[in-house]
Design a protein. Sequence first.
Length: 157
Amino acid sequence: MGFGALSVKGRALRYLAQREHSRAELERKLARHVEDGPDASAQTLIAAALDDLASKGLLSEARVAESVLLGQGRRYGARRLKQTLQAKGLEPELVAHTLKQARATELERAQEIWRRRFGQPPADAAERARQMRFLAGRGFEADVIRRVVRGGEDADD
């Protein structure tokens, strides 16, 4: 490896030390800092550095998905998590698996968020619509939103 490859790898390690990154995210970030050299193109240098990091277990798409689920799963629904995972450039199978995990607790998470924000059933249709918009903005599915906002007696079903 030439100096360029070492500096690319070092920069990638610094990014990974801050938080988990997907390969696609690192490629985008590193591309801004790497220029084509006399020996290899920027893409080749980046790919080689990321392949090395992945072979050593330092770059893991599964850890990225887990990190998103743990970090944002408490605050957001499956629709929002799906957007985040896809924006990170993760494989569709990994996104589907992670969303399956999130959907298993979606109702409980939505109820907790609703309880912290509102705490009581809506008094009228306008308040019901406001509560539903709030949960929809957090990325929860429509059926989950209806069950949560419907009222305390039905929300625990």
